[in-house]
Design a binder for this molecule. Sequence first.
Ligand code: SF4
Length: 289
Amino acid sequence: MDIIIGKSAGFCYGVKRAVESAENDIKNATEKIYCLGEIVHNKEVVNGLKDKGINFIEDISEADSTTIIRAHGVTKQVYKTAEEKGISLKDYTCPNVIKIHRIAEEYASKDYYILLFGSKKHPENIGTISYCGDKYIVIENEDDVFNAIDVINNWNIKKVLVISQTTFKLEDFIVYSEILQNELSKDTEIIIKNTICKATEIRQLETEEISKIVDVMIIIGGKNSSNTKKLYDIAKENCEKTFCIETKEEILDTNFSIFEKIGIMAGASTPQKSIDEVCELLKQKDMSF
Ligand code: SF4
């Protein structure tokens, strides 16, 4: 059995920075430390930090001392509330997300209508939306693209900015941008900024490459991790037998010894430990058959 592990599998720079800094903060803490939302979409990592003493909360109103802001970033309102409450923030918003906030804020101030590709409910986009002013549409799929085109053409909007969630699928970004360029009125100015982060792009391309040459593909990542879900979709397009798992427990009973080549990729919030455990399990299975 050949196991091919993606070089880009596991924690990205932004997540690594947030998790390591949070671990450091709790080690040196002299007061209660909160974290606003799950620091990453991964139960094992979150539970590990809970065990070390970090208190996870859903709303800044629940905090009364130092609060960690995760890599996804937060809304403008969170900073305001923290300031009003006198709460100090450990802000680990990924620089790539901060860049999107700045772009959105700049173009909103110049009266551009903002089209944001990505999930309507994802915390990163909820944060970004707060920088978009009141003229924006979040685009999740092709139907949303055509709805946005109707709105822009019918309302005679003349200035449009296109940005995206950092983990948006690159292929969809290209296709949707082309549709917008072809279908929006010719006198509408469209500024397209590819804000998908490089780490995501590289991971998606590598997933595509590996999934084309293996018999089975295993994607490891949190069930509510949007970047993991995208990796699964990409792999599934090329490799019919694609599994998406959070931990090795989910494949304990699967017989992988019948496959010659197995590909492994993991989302940006998957710790190395989870990847190592899956590889170890596969090696054991190979030897036991
Ligand atoms: S996926 Fe990209 S934008 Fe998101 S935390 Fe990681 S490096 Fe930052």
